[in-house]
Design a protein around this ligand. Structure first.
Ligand SMILES: [Zn+2]
Length: 62
């Protein structure tokens, strides 16, 4: 049994072309939606998606 699912756009909830698996880990991933053409930074862990809301998180870099 394959545990995988599509990621949905957080803006329009349209299905994107990105698929994640149970063991997929994404950090600061620019999720692009082909429908509303928005790019959203996300983190994915254990099939949970977290939207990164800070536009410039680079200011705190070490
Ligand atoms: Zn969208």
């Amino acid at each position: 049994m394959e545990a995988a699912q599509w990621i949905f756009c957080p803006h329009c909830e349209h299905k994107t072309r990105i698929k994640i698996r149970e063991d997929t880990v994404l950090e600061n991933f620019p999720l692009f939606c082909p429908k509303c053409k928005m790019e959203t930074l996300i983190n994915v862990r254990q099939m949970n998606m977290y939207v990164i809301k800070e536009p410039d998180a680079k200011t705190q870099s070490r």
